[in-house]
Structures are given as structure tokens and as C-alpha cells.
Design a protein around this ligand. Sequence first.
Ligand code: SF4
Length: 443
Amino acid sequence: MTKAPTIGPRIGVVSLGCPKALVDSERIITRLRSEGYQLSSSYEGADLVVVNTCGFLDSAKAESLDAIGEAISENGKVIVTGCLGKEESLIRDTHPKVLEVTGPHQYEAVVGAVHTHLPQLHDPKIDLVPEGGFRLTPRHYAYLKISEGCNNRCSFCIIPSIRGDLVSRPANAVLKEAESLVKAGVKELLVISQDTSAYGVDVKYAESKWKDRMVRAKFFDLCKELGDLGVWTRLHYVYPYPHVDDVVGLMAEGKILPYLDIPFQHASPTVLKAMRRPANQDKVLDRIKTWRGICPDLTIRSSFIVGFPGETEDDFETLLDFIEEAGIDRAGVFKYENVEGAPSRDLPDHVDQDDINERYDRFMEVQTTLAHARGQQMIGKTVDVINDGWDEDAEAYACRTKADAPEIDGVVYVDSEDEIADGAIFKVEIVGGEGHELVGTPA
Ligand code: SF4
């Protein structure tokens, strides 16, 4: 197939993995575009392909290796980056034709590799980058990464060994990026990191100058400033440390969305101990009660692992009781995977795969019942939603409430005679639907 005529060398980017990896891809793209490289959405239209990989779970590694193989057979010139880049020999053994391998966050190295294998023809007239950079998310929401790495050492997780210890960005750098995203039309900021509530611990909450004032690199201070930008701000990967109470106060004031994504992972004290989870988990139910007292509209999303080594039937039932008692509004569940390099591989009493599958199904059953009940409670209410765009299959606008993060939570389908712009925030009355898929009409 002949290549489309180009005004600059064309790069294809395949982005796998979590939102953090997506942000890395966006940075790479922004940098390359600023240098005059063009983007291609097809293998045949690209002069070279960058594959940003994920290496978190064995299944993600396999998916990454497949993606590299596909890029090589469809295009031929491939640079690999991202979490799986830590395992260069695995990549080179599987795909000897790969041009270069770099690890996570090595933007400079990726860009350097692109320069080596695909030097650009400089043309200052085509090097313009729009304000806010290039994003892979829709125009109206964006992920805002506030730190890299993690100081915790959860036994099932290899992220600290891949990404290193916590490195927080200066508060003014985060705020500058947030402000330029808002100026570029972003209506919702999704704050991400590995451990959002630990922000700034590594730099001892260092102050930096933002506008006419000094701002500390501290979870509360950053949230307060973000809350003043006048857009929806949603917090992901928060741990239940006591100082989170203050941020819930900002939610009650309407500064930050009343939404907390807290990866509890389990509720049984023995399993949590074996998992080496951060924050004092004994008082979690009390803490949640306090938060709901401060901000009754609070939505709590969480993720859980079933079948962790040593998990007994009693432990599992403790988990099921917890999601009901704590009123976890949105729950994701994963079957335990024996990730290579994770300390949990060496724990005794691994759970039989049939039991893991059975517990997963039971969890899903409870979760579906809870989701259904939550959905029913919404009917008749009038709530704010943000429009994510027209959904061809549903023949309606796919919108989200403040209680729903993109990609992972629920949707409200809105039928409207009038055209609704992407990212528009407006009121709807919920008139029907089930579980995480509701139906609304503009109020
Ligand atoms: S908090 Fe635990 S699970 Fe999350 S990145 Fe850090 S070590 Fe991994």
C-alpha cells in the first residue's frame, strides 16, 4: 500500500495500560508534534510506530507483546516504551526486529530514539502545538498526573520496582498544566498518581510560587487550588489517611467533585496485612461514616482482589459484608494473578483457581444487586451531567453524573431534540434505566 503524502514524518502511537500510561503517551505525542512530526492513526500511514506497553499483570504483558508483534508485521519500524520496557530481553527475544526499547517515563529517550530512526524535516510553519498539548482523551476531560512512583510496597504489586519511589511534581507545575488544560477547553480534570493522598510527602510538602502566592505540594492545598479553576475535579487512587477528611470538606463546599476512588483491595484484616496495604484499615468504616457525615452526596468507588493467597471463605465473606456495610457505590473486582516479581507469589496457601472463579462470580452477584438498588434510587432525581458525546448504538447522548468517572463507571443516556455539545454540563431528570446504565431527559 502506498503511503499518504506527508508534510513531516508520520508516527503511529499504540497506547496500552492504565491512565498513567496514557498520560505518558500524550507527553510523547505533544513533544513529537511540537517538533513537526505528524501523527498517523493507521500502521500503513506511519513511517514508524511507538508502542507504549503495560507490564503490570502477566495478561497485560502478553497483550503488550502481541501489540508489538502486530506493529512489526504491519509497519516494520517499531520503538517500544512503557512499563514492559523494563524487561528488554523478553521483548528482544520475542521480537528481535524491535528498533529500540525504553522504560516508563523515559520521554527524552523515546524522542531520542525517534530522532535516530526517523529524523524530522524541520519546518517551523507546521510545528504548532495547541494550548494544553495533544491528548488522547476527548477534548473535554483530561488526566492530570501529580506524581510518579510509589513509596508503598503492596505485596501483589510490581509498580514500585518498575516506577521507583514517589516523586511528586511541584504544585506550580501541576497547576500550570491544569490551567492550560482548562484554557484549552477541558471541563473535567481527573487527578491521578499511584497514591494521590501521599502527594508531596517525598518533597516535604515543598512550596512553589503560583501566581501571587506560595502553594504547598500537599494533597489538600493542591485540591483547594484545583477547586478554584471552575471545572469538575475528580480524585483517583486516594488512600484513607486521616487528612483526607479535609478534602472531603472541599467536596461538601462544591469545590471538588464528591467522588473518591479508593482502591481498598480487601476488607479482611489478615488479607490486608498479607497484602501490606497502606493506611490504617481497621478504622475504615468509621472513616467512611465521618466522610458521609461531612458530605452526604459522596460517591465511593473502589477496586478489590479476590482469591489473594491465604484468603479463606471467612475472609471473603468479610469482604462481601464490607462492600454492603460501607455502601461502596462503584466496585471493580479482579481475580488474583500471580504476577512475576511480586512478593505475593511466595506466600503460602494459594487459593485454588476454581475457588477464585467462584468467589469472583459471587462478588459480581452482590455488586450487581447493589448497583441495581443504587440505580433505582436515582430515578426521579434531577442531577448535573456532562456530555461525553453521541452514542451511535444507544442513539442518545452518553452523559455522566458527578458520581461517574469516564470509562470505569456508569452512563446516563440522554435523548434530546437539541444538539448538545461535547463537554456541556446540564441538568437531567433520571427517568429510567438499570444499574449503571440510566436514562434521562433534559430538565
Ligand atoms: S499503593 Fe500499592 S498497589 Fe498501589 S502502586 Fe503503590 S505498591 Fe502498588
